[in-house]
Design a protein around this ligand. Structure first.
Ligand code: BDR
Ligand code: CA
Length: 321
């Protein structure tokens, strides 16, 4: 059985991603590690525990970094609600977090499970710290799906950057340059026809299972915020889409391999995922800027196009039981 570790700043779309993983017969989730991002890390860990409980799963939740590597935390409670789950009053009843800190849990699981698959649904702080602590884990991780960035298009925090990368660009840069086999699922893949429209939302509600009710209920605030932010209607679910790609890579209809670097110094383009789409970074004129990337990083699998029907079928299937 494939083993999967999920790193998450659990808010509304993260929670749905956790449901996909915890209900899947394709993977065993060995651990969930919480990181500060959408909400403070303790709140994210409680939200992850609540989701585990709702799924009837038995997976440890570890608490990780409370803030980015060098910056203060800037959360996204305006988008997901103060508790990250639209302030509906969801409360864990009989589970508590695992005492092992998240960074130690990532290291221990990677060392114990060669071939481990890992997905990041929040800022990359925990993973950067784990690689600092034990660089050899890189060779034990067979896939690292990153929900983050915006490939050659606009972001959702600034015109240049997507939230997960923008919050902790220094951590993102360390991870992207670490040599991990990264698959980048950018924010743009969750927009437009990939977002749940009114028909899709009604279909989920008709399932009338506890998981379906929770998936729509906890995304109530995100649905409003997505309209405010983009002018687009529906529920956009970036983390569940990344999880669907993790579970079934065939969902990706178009992808290509490129060097990707992360901007950390500019205020204007902080957290930009700079994709060398034309493979021009090896050109002599660019050699100085890109030499560190070429020396340390692997090319990233950048996902460009999804099988949207199949993604929505995977979601319905996970929420139907
Ligand atoms: C990402 O940012 C968070 O708000 C979501 O949970 C998702 O991981 C989308 O930009
Ligand atoms: Ca997230």
């Amino acid at each position: 059985m494939r083993k999967l570790l999920v790193d998450t700043d659990t808010a509304s779309d993260d929670a749905v991603a956790l449901i996909l993983a915890l209900r899947s017969s394709l993977v065993e989730v060995v651990a969930i590690t919480a990181v500060a991002g959408n909400v403070p890390v303790e709140q994210g860990a409680q939200n992850a525990l609540y989701t585990v409980e709702l799924c009837g799963a038995d997976v440890p939740v570890h608490v990780g970094a409370a803030k980015p590597l060098t910056r203060e935390l800037e959360s996204a409670t305006w988008f997901h609600g103060m508790d990250g789950l639209s302030d509906c009053g969801y409360k864990v009843t009989h589970r508590t977090v695992d005492p092992l800190p998240a960074v130690e849990a990532i290291v221990a699981n990677a060392l114990a499970n060669p071939g481990l698959e890992l997905i990041t649904l929040g800022p990359l702080t925990n993973l950067a710290l784990a690689i600092r602590q034990q660089p050899t884990i890189v060779k034990n991780i067979s896939r690292c799906v990153v929900m983050g960035g915006a490939a050659c298009t606009e972001g959702n925090v600034t015109p240049a950057a997507e939230f997960n990368i923008w919050v902790d660009p220094e951590a993102a840069r360390e991870v992207f340059l670490s040599g991990l086999p990264i698959e980048m699922v950018g924010w743009e893949l969750s927009r437009q026809d990939a977002a749940l429209d009114e028909h899709d939302i009604a279909a989920v509600q008709e399932l009338d299972t506890p998981l379906a009710r929770f998936a729509i209920g906890c995304n109530g605030r995100a649905r409003e915020a997505y309209l405010e932010q983009t002018g687009e209607r529906g529920i956009s679910l970036p983390d569940p889409i990344a999880m669907a790609v993790m579970l079934e890579p065939e969902l990706v209809l178009e992808s290509s391999q490129h060097y990707v670097d992360i901007e950390t110094r500019s205020a204007l383009t902080r957290g930009m995922t700079v994709v060398d789409r034309l493979n021009v970074s090896g050109d002599a004129r660019n050699e100085r800027e890109w030499s560190e990337v070429h020396a340390r990083a692997k090319k990233v699998k950048v996902c460009w196009k999804l099988d949207v029907d199949r993604w929505k079928r995977a979601l319905m299937e996970a929420l139907s039981r």
